[in-house]
Design a protein around this ligand. Structure first.
Ligand code: WTA
Length: 629
């Protein structure tokens, strides 16, 4: 896609019930934004002071383009703010986590219980030799122990790298190796649509050729217990039992790493986005509390998995730092029937519901009768994230789920940004198709290649102008990649998305400007799919593109050139699709493969995926002057 396009913008606008604004934590967006502009450091200083630090900062930020330090020299531990702070503030019996299993099982974990579990597991990790700075890979289903594992790492200063349970052995192996993880924490199984997913089996395969891994911790959920093979493998509960109960939080520097999280890139291996302790804590706490307008009695349900940044920021760190009650569930939205999520909302009285456009579009297709069976009146605020919320999906979500009375926050942000960057705050007029404006604390714009703002209605690149506390600090093992974000449209941070503004400054995010494909809200790099295909004996070359899909946003189509001696066939196509599924996991599976004899390339040999895409969609390919053939 190129950035030169004009967009006919819809003028539709919804103003939510003025009552939503009463008592809102940010009652006046313009005023809050102006306060931030008048004194940016003062703004973040005030927010940071709501949290507890072992030692205060010397400076709010130190900006040395493109490197930022936030809350310099301050000492902190994020788990102290997610746990200890609430325990001693009188909230120890508040529910931290409500978990619902696929079979209807329920588990309730209070802040006190979570605190105790985290400390024990933190000590168990120490007993395994994990030290501050060591990397720990977490590959688990969505159960409370996944959160315990993350917090236990943070407690002792180990850097976690959570890998989503839908990734396959090869994808997991790449991520373990890049992070040089010492420990892998997993479970025997995950549940999906009544079937078990053998996570442990996938780990067994992934740790071959991963020499950094010393131990594998296994949460055994199924009876009879799966056997643990060697000394290398230990049982989650057994090491907990053997560990000391009390673990003081490690004193971390504000700029010490908190975690890495892999996200897909245009080329090569996925990028390990690195976040640090202080700034990330402040950013996620601030947005959970002020942007989601979190109140005392809220039940907060973000339907993501902690394997993605949305789960890190809005299941784990933000909500727990803000002392929320968080709902998590291992259920899939349409199993045992498409009413399950609405039933969960009714059963637990969910008040803030945060999900992805792909799920909304799936529900739209299934009809209103499913949500209409349940009482959704507890919902106060709706949220969306992961890809553009198209106007039709906005309308449906707003009317059918929000009953025309709930603010709908379409939040734009990224793994790299750590927290919400653009949305429409509670009570502000909402425009279907538009995410909205920069949240107070953040400066964004839409510009051309030269970095000049484009007029309203003209497409351009979405950029962030100033550093913010929860920005990534580097790409693990690849600082060069990090600098590229700030050097593409200097001096700004280039998000890699195309966007357009309207006359009121509302921003509509159109899609990726690069070769990242967003399938059902999951970012998948064309390069990773291509390299999985090429690892099959029959494939000489491959190119993958996203094709618009009414429900998933995109589906993957791959073009494949076969090696000599192989003939295209239906059977081979299925074999290749299966091969990608086994290497990268079900989320990266192409839905279509076309066998071709050549691929469009630049003179330097780079595949021009945008030409393939234009051809596929019957569009103008744009500038093809660099095309070789
Ligand atoms: C896309 C997810 C439009 C965008 C938090 C971005 C969105 C990428 C929105 C980051 C939105 C996310 N409207 N597009 N509200 N939210 N995106 O790293 O292309 O998994 O660059 O972070 O998702 O995906 P990531």
């Amino acid at each position: 896609m190129s950035e030169n396009f004009d967009v006919k913008l819809e003028k539709k606008c919804y103003v939510p019930d003025p009552a939503c604004k009463e008592g809102a934590r940010i009652p006046d967006y313009e005023k809050a934004y102006q306060e931030f502009l008048d004194d940016p450091d003062g703004f973040w200083d005030r927010i940071a002071r709501e949290l507890e630090w072992f030692q205060p900062w010397k400076q709010v930020k130190e900006w040395n383009h493109p490197y930022a330090k936030w809350f310099t020299d301050a000492k902190v531990n994020i788990t102290h703010n997610c746990l200890d702070r609430h325990i001693f503030d009188g909230y120890r019996n508040r529910v931290a986590i409500i978990w619902r299993g696929e079979g209807g099982e329920e588990r309730i974990v209070t802040y006190r219980q979570l605190y105790k579990e985290v400390m024990r597991f933190a000590n168990a990790l120490k007993d395994l030799g994990v030290m501050k700075g060591d990397r720990v890979c977490i590959y688990m289903p969505l159960v409370p122990e996944q959160i315990v594992a993350m917090l236990a790492c943070a407690r002792i200063g180990a850097v976690h790298s959570v890998v989503y349970g839908g990734f396959g052995a090869n994808a997991l192996n790449t991520r373990i190796r890049d992070a040089e993880a010492k420990i892998v924490i997993t479970a025997d199984i995950g549940m999906r649509r009544g079937k078990t997913i053998p996570l442990k089996g996938i780990v067994d395969e992934a740790v071959i050729n991963a020499p950094s891994v010393e131990r594998v911790v296994v949460l055994r959920r199924k009876e009879p217990l799966v056997e643990l093979h060697s000394e290398m493998e230990v049982d989650f509960h057994e090491i907990m039992k053997a560990a000391e109960p009390v673990c003081a939080p490690e004193v971390m520097d504000s700029e010490d790493p908190l975690f890495t999280l892999y996200t897909s890139g245009t080329t090569g291996t996925p990028k390990g986005i690195l976040h640090t302790c202080g700034g990330y804590m402040v950013g996620t706490y601030y947005t959970t509390k002020y942007i989601f307008d979190l109140k005392e009695h809220d039940v907060f349900w973000c339907t993501a998995d902690p394997g993605w940044i949305t789960g890190h920021s809005y299941i784990v760190y933000g909500p727990l730092a803000a002392c929320a009650t968080v709902l998590i569930t291992e259920t899939t939205p349409d199993y045992p029937d498409p009413g399950i999520w609405w039933k969960i909302i009714e059963d637990f009285g969910v008040t803030i519901f945060y999900t992805a456009p792909t799920a909304i579009r799936m529900f739209m297709k299934l009809g209103e009768e499913w949500p209409d069976k349940y009482d959704l009146s507890s919902i106060r605020i709706l949220g969306s994230v992961g890809e553009p919320l198209n106007p039709e999906a906005f309308e449906w979500y707003y009317h059918v789920i929000g009953k025309d009375r709930c603010p709908l926050l379409d939040t734009w942000w990224q793994t790299e940004t750590g927290m919400h960057m653009i949305t429409t705050l509670v009570g502000e007029p909402m425009k279907p198709g538009f995410a909205g404006k920069a949240v107070p604390g953040v400066v964004v714009d839409v510009v051309n290649k030269a970095g000049e703002p484009v007029p309203a209605g003209t497409g351009g690149f979405l950029i962030i102008k100033e550093p913010w506390p929860s920005m990534m600090r580097t790409v693990y093992n690849n600082d060069e990649r990090y600098r590229q974000y700030w050097e593409t449209i200097p001096p700004y941070y280039a998000a890699g998305d195309l966007a357009v503004k309207d006359e009121d400054g509302y921003i509509m995010v159109i899609g990726r400007a690069d070769d990242v494909i967003i399938v059902a809200g999951h970012n998948i790099g064309s390069a990773e799919i291509e390299s999985a295909l090429v690892s099959h004996e029959s494939v000489a070359e491959a190119a993958a593109i996203g094709k618009p899909d009414p429900v998933k946003g995109n589906t993957i189509k791959a073009f494949v050139i076969l090696r000599v001696g192989y003939e295209p066939s239906e059977k081979l196509m299925h074999e290749l699709i299966y091969h990608v599924r086994m290497t990268l996991g079900p989320i990266a599976m192409p839905s279509e493969i076309e066998f071709v004899t050549s691929l469009p390339k630049t003179r330097s040999g780079k595949i021009m995926r945008r030409v393939l895409k234009a051809k596929e969609l019957g569009m103008d390919p744009g500038d093809i002057s660099t095309l070789e053939d």
